[in-house]
Design a protein around this ligand. Structure first.
Ligand SMILES: [Ca+2]
Ligand SMILES: [Ca+2]
Length: 215
């Protein structure tokens, strides 16, 4: 618990950076049995392809290999993929699903929240998230509100609209126009100030206290 708290604290004081590939949805508590039926959704917000080969899904202090089940490991621009605990069960649960599906084996996503991440083949963290679970009924996922929201904080997430979640559908962002390069007017990296840093740390502490009380 102390380790998780320190990790969150360290991450919270790092300014949120817009990642190309983001964790956009987490199905941590599916309807019925959780085991084998959990998944996360990732989305490539870049206008170029990203090769997922060798990437890992980090959960519960462990890195889990990602293997191709369906589609491609070359994630195209604005393309989405599902990382499933059990890709076969995912394709049974969502029969007819045509998008990219990657298989891994993470066991179980905590129903009271945890720190998760995706890492590239060099071990660099590409995106991290601490998804909220309070008042999210069984069967519903949580989704990011928009790609600029800080997904390490509960404020960056919302409960999905329907049971079963929305695998393959995520917040669409209009690609930036060509002439925006070099412009400082519309940067995606939020400014980091002492005030917002303090606020983030206090929110994280609040989160941990709330979680501790739930345990
Ligand atoms: Ca679970
Ligand atoms: Ca979705």
């Amino acid at each position: 618990m102390k380790k998780l708290f320190l990790t969150l604290l360290m991450l919270a004081i790092i300014p949120s950076v817009f990642a190309d590939v983001m964790i956009t949805e987490v199905m941590f508590n599916p309807d019925g049995a959780d085991e084998g039926h959990e998944w996360i959704e990732i989305h490539n917000y870049a206008d170029t392809s990203v090769d997922i080969t060798g990437w890992k899904f980090y959960e519960n202090n462990g890195n889990h290999n990602i293997k191709l089940k369906q589609g491609t490991l070359i994630l195209g621009p604005y393309d989405t993929a599902i990382i499933a605990d059990n890709a076969d069960k995912f394709l049974e649960d969502y029969s007819g699903y045509k998008g990219n599906v990657y298989d891994t084996s993470f066991g179980s996503l905590s129903n009271s929240g945890e720190y998760i991440a995706i890492k590239d083949s060099f071990g660099n963290t590409i995106d991290y998230a601490a998804y909220p679970t309070v008042n999210v009924p069984s069967g519903f996922s949580v989704e990011i509100i928009d790609p600029d929201s800080n997904s390490i904080l509960p404020q960056g997430w919302k409960q999905g609209d329907k049971i079963g979640g929305s695998p393959g559908q995520t917040v669409f962002v209009q690609p930036e126009s060509e002439d925006s390069s070099g412009s400082s007017g519309n940067t995606s990296v939020p400014e980091f100030t002492a005030v917002s840093g303090t606020l983030i740390i206090l929110t994280s502490i609040g989160l941990m206290i709330r979680k501790r009380n739930l345990n």
